[in-house]
Each structure stands twice: as C-alpha cells, then as structure tokens.
Ligand binder design. Structure first.
Ligand code: GMT
Length: 377
C-alpha cells in the first residue's frame, strides 16, 4: 500500500506513535510518505520505503498568521497525486483532519478518491478540540473522516461526550516495540546518576501544566525522606522552571537531574526503578507504556486511559489526581525491597507485551485494507 501519514513531528506521544507506525509499515513493505513541517524526531537515518515531504509555509508581510492549514492541504494534494497514494492517515485532529478534508475534496473534484483515517490522540479532543474556537471545525472534520480511531476506550467515550460523532470510533491501542525497550542497564550511566546505588525515579513528558510535574517533585520529596533516591526528569516545557524552583525550596535540588529531550529513551529507562506519571489527564500515556516495556513499574494518576494500561497492584499503582501522599506511599511500597521491586518489574514488562508493535500494527493494516477493497469494488 502507499500510505500518507500526517502528524506533529515533535516529541509528543502522537508524533512518536505516528512515526513508529510509519516505520513499522515501511518494514512490512508498504510505502510510507510523511507529510510534516519538519522531520519527525523518531525518523532519523535512511529507511527504505519511507519518504519525507516537508510542508513549506511561505510568509508574506500581509500574514500575521501564516496559513499552515492551507499549505498542509496543498502539500497533501501534491503528495497524494504525485505518488498515487491509496490512503491518508492523519494523527491529531487539529488541524490535520480538516486539512485532510480539504485535500480530499480537491482530489474528488479531479476524479481521485482518497480515504482518510483520523486517529484521535487526546488533547485534540479533551483540551484544545473542545475549545469553542475550534470545536465546530474539529467535529465536522472528524465526522467527514472515512474512519476514526481513538487510542483508548476512555478517549472514545470522551469524544462521544464532547462531540456529536455519527460514525463508529474504533479503539486501536497505542503500541510499543517491546524488543527495543528490553535493554540491559548501562552500568556507567547508572553510576553517574546514582553513585551510591540509590533508587532511580523517572518522569518524562513535555512539562505542560496537565502533566503536574510539581506533583512529581512532591512525590519524590516524600520518597527520598525514607530511602536514598534520585529523580531524573526527561523532556522540557513550560513547567520546568516551577519544578526546579520547588525542588530547590524543598532542599532536594541536588537529588534531581534534568536531562532535557532525549531520543534514546530505552537507555534511560533501562536504569530506572520507577516511572511517575501523575497527570491531570492522559488519553493513554504512551510514556508509561514505554516504561513498562523496559520493565519499569508505574505510579500514576487514575485519569483517563491510564486506568486501562496501568494495572493497580500489578504493573504499579494508581491514585486520584493530586493525591501525592498516596502516590508516594505506593512508590515506597514498590521500592521497599528488591524482591518486591522485581515482581513489579516483571509484571510491568509482561503486561507491555500485550501492546507490542507486532500485535497492534496489523490492526491498522486491516483497517486500511477495508478501504482498498471498497475502492477496488
Ligand atoms: O501528552 C501530551 O502532551 C502529548 C500528546 C500528543 O498529542 O502528542 O499525547 C497524547 O497522545 C499520546 C499518544 O496517543 C497519548 O499517549 C497521551 O496520553 C496523550 N496526551 C494526553 O491525553 C494529555
């Protein structure tokens, strides 16, 4: 198949998932064309069957806001026509689903049918999408997609509550390449972070408000009172400074390390003992799944789709949003001795296998095939 993929090329989960999907499809022999405004972060090196088309957005003195969506729709039309694509798969509704609708209509007028699959990832519905500035366009363009998928049951249900969606929303869970995350820890790296063999807690995100990074600091503060521990922060974003200030004011600045945005998550996760994700909302929590795949248990909030992937008492624990004391107690329970920690580690790794890339990618292929059959008929 010849498939176009549109996504945000940044470190966000939707871009990561879309890129990994494209790479997996290419490996299976499909031709995958990424249409994005910059090279996706997980798309490095030369990969046969992968093609990259950068969306150019020319500026003009008249434009206070360069019309990205128009440029994107035009790029879609161009790539679809010149590469005879069979299908377009857009990740994150805004503005990808509406640009896809525009491209579809332009091509229709020229006699070409292009099926559009829209995958909803979370904030495109629960935060930004529901804002009345965008809502009518989001609802319309989702409804115009030939197929709609959501990354968890929770996101499907939330979408139905927020918008009037006429079509079925199919749930296809996010996935992880279990083999890639099954790494041995690099001893030298572990020693740099935790020279005295301290427990290593980890948080990775884009540090937006809804990630509640200050809760991460508070949970860690309670944990390190009871046992030697270090905290690693991966990623960057608007709440980083507040987290740093809180850590300093609690006198634990020296125990925390900010390592910035990282591509080699598998090497970092390999040295971690516990992953913290106390978010206000997660449609799924891909970062938590990657942690589990690396055999790292998760203490998270029970918001959104996290309930579907973090099995309380097995792969980690959950608590209500903001209940940092309960989260720290649960963290201590997991970390209290090696035997307990190893049981959680094993269960986390086992559970992640359910979401292995080999199980999930064929579901997308099956979905695509439905439209090819329709076109051939
Ligand atoms: O969480 C973010 O800030 C990034 C966001 C995105 O759109 O890239 O992540 C969303 O999609 C991920 C992949 O499907 C999910 O794992 C995240 O849970 C989801 N984030 C939220 O729902 C807040």
């Amino acid at each position: 198949m010849r498939i176009g993929i549109v996504c945000y090329p940044t470190f966000g989960g939707s871009g990561v998932l879309a890129t990994e999907l494209g790479k997996a499809l290419a490996q299976k022999g499909h031709h995958v064309h990424f249409i994005t405004y910059q090279q996706p972060v997980r798309l490095s090196g030369f990969i046969p069957n992968i093609f990259y088309h950068e969306v150019q957005v020319p500026t003009y003195p008249l434009f206070d806001y360069p019309p990205y969506e128009t440029a994107l729709a035009s790029a879609m039309v161009d790539v679809i026509k010149n590469n005879n694509l069979d299908l377009l798969h857009v990740h994150y509704a805004i503005p990808h689903a509406s640009a896809a609708y525009m491209a579809k209509k332009i091509l229709e007028a020229e006699g070409k049918t292009i099926p559009v699959v829209t995958t909803l990832h979370g904030t495109d519905i629960t935060l930004v999408g529901r804002d009345k500035t965008y809502a009518p366009v989001v609802a319309f363009s989702i409804n115009q997609s030939d197929a709609i998928t959501a990354v968890s049951n929770d996101l499907r249900d939330e979408t139905r509550k927020i918008f009037h969606i006429e079509k079925e929303i199919e749930v296809i869970y996010n996935f992880v390449d279990v083999e890639r995350f099954n790494r041995k820890p690099i001893d030298a790296f572990r020693k740099v972070i935790a020279p005295e063999g301290e427990r290593i807690l980890l948080h990775a995100s884009n540090f937006r408000k809804l990630k509640r990074v200050q809760d991460v600091v508070k949970i860690f503060y309670e944990v390190q009172k009871k046992m030697p521990a270090k905290l690693l922060f991966v990623g960057d974003g608007p709440e980083r400074q507040a987290a740093e200030e809180l850590a300093r004011s609690l006198g634990i600045g020296e125990e925390i390390r900010f390592v910035g945005k990282q591509e080699q998550m598998e090497d970092i996760l390999a040295i971690a003992d516990l992953f913290l994700l106390p978010s206000e909302y997660e449609s799924f929590g891909l970062a938590a799944l990657e942690a589990m795949a690396a055999g790292v248990p998760v203490v998270s909030s029970n918001a959104g789709g996290l309930k579907e992937i973090n099995i309380d008492g097995e792969t980690g624990y959950m608590a209500h949003v903001g209940d940092v004391l309960s989260m720290s107690r649960k963290a201590l329970d997991i970390l209290k001795d090696d035997d307990t920690l190893n049981v959680f580690k094993k269960k986390a790794a086992e559970h992640a296998r359910k979401y292995d890339i080999a199980n999930i990618v064929p579901l997308y292929e099956k979905l695509y095939e439905r439209f090819l059959v329709l076109q051939d008929a």
